[in-house]
Design a protein around this ligand. Structure first.
Ligand code: 0L1
Ligand code: MG
Length: 260
């Protein structure tokens, strides 16, 4: 049954089509099984030649949890085909109902992270940090009235992401400074979502800690070299053709996309 549900979501992705939430068919779908559906969906993508390059945390801010009426952080998987270049034109063709949100990204260094780690250990394990934006594109009709297992099965709505071309040495930051980054996401030069990075689980580094915990509970590790999207600091904004979206984080720099 899990494989069947993964196939439904994969066809929706390939055919740019919305589908009914899975919990309408399977009301008692458990979170563990939802992650297994996510795993199967990722296997389909890998079989089509995509490569795993990282992981994302989602539902990390109060604003985002309230926007979606969902209760706890979740993870999803990032592949190379999901990555856009900083400043690039992003076409809405082949997307269902994409939304964009402001994030901070970490690059894990040469050693994998395993099990329970402290925030300090997580920071020390990183080789890079930068401003980032994630584009969510839930495959569910209405994309609002679903449950946590629906989101997780749908790769936590992750569709695309962009990292700032400027990546910093994390050695320049400590935990306190990483909780105080000002983040302003602008559309056509006007701020539409602003927050401090502390909105991301108290500190974006805590997302790595939480991610390691969830992975460990599934017998998995955070691989060396992974990109980790720490999760949004604010609500997500609907993408509309013609808009230029730019996230400015004064200490880190900026990252942008032009929507076509
Ligand atoms: O990245 C996330 O916060 C996951 C949220 C999933 C819900 C949505 O599609 O907005
Ligand atoms: Mg996100």
């Amino acid at each position: 049954m899990l494989l069947e549900l993964a196939k439904i979501l994969d066809s929706a992705l390939l055919e740019t089509r919305e589908v009914e939430r899975l919990t309408a068919k399977v009301p008692d779908l458990k979170l563990d099984d939802a992650y297994r559906i996510q795993d199967e969906g990722i296997k389909f993508r890998l079989a089509r030649g995509e490569k795993l390059i990282g992981l994302k945390m989602g539902l990390t801010s109060k604003a985002k949890r309230e926007q979606m009426n969902l209760s706890s952080p979740v993870y999803g998987v990032l592949t190379d085909r999901m990555q856009q270049r900083d400043g690039e034109v992003f076409s809405l063709k082949g997307k269902i109902h994409p939304k964009i949100e402001p994030e901070i990204a970490f690059i894990i260094g040469k050693r994998e992270l395993r099990g329970r780690v402290t925030a300090q250990q997580a920071l020390e394990a990183c080789s890079g940090i930068c401003a980032a934006m994630e584009i969510l594109d839930s495959r569910f009709v209405g994309f609002k009235y679903f449950s946590l297992p629906d989101v997780v099965a749908d790769n936590s709505s992750s569709a695309y992401f962009v990292l700032s071309s400027k990546v910093h040495d994390p050695g320049k930051f400590d935990l306190a400074s990483l909780a105080k980054l000002q983040m302003s996401m602008e559309v056509d030069g006007k701020p539409v979502q602003t927050a401090f990075s502390s909105e991301i689980s108290g500190n974006p580094v805590n997302s790595i800690v939480q991610l390691c915990e969830i992975l460990d509970s599934r017998g998995l590790v955070l691989p060396a070299g992974s990109i980790v999207l720490a999760g949004a600091a604010t609500q997500a904004v609907q993408l509309v053709a013609g808009m230029k979206v730019c996230l400015r984080v004064p200490t880190l720099g900026e990252v942008s996309l032009v929507v076509a």
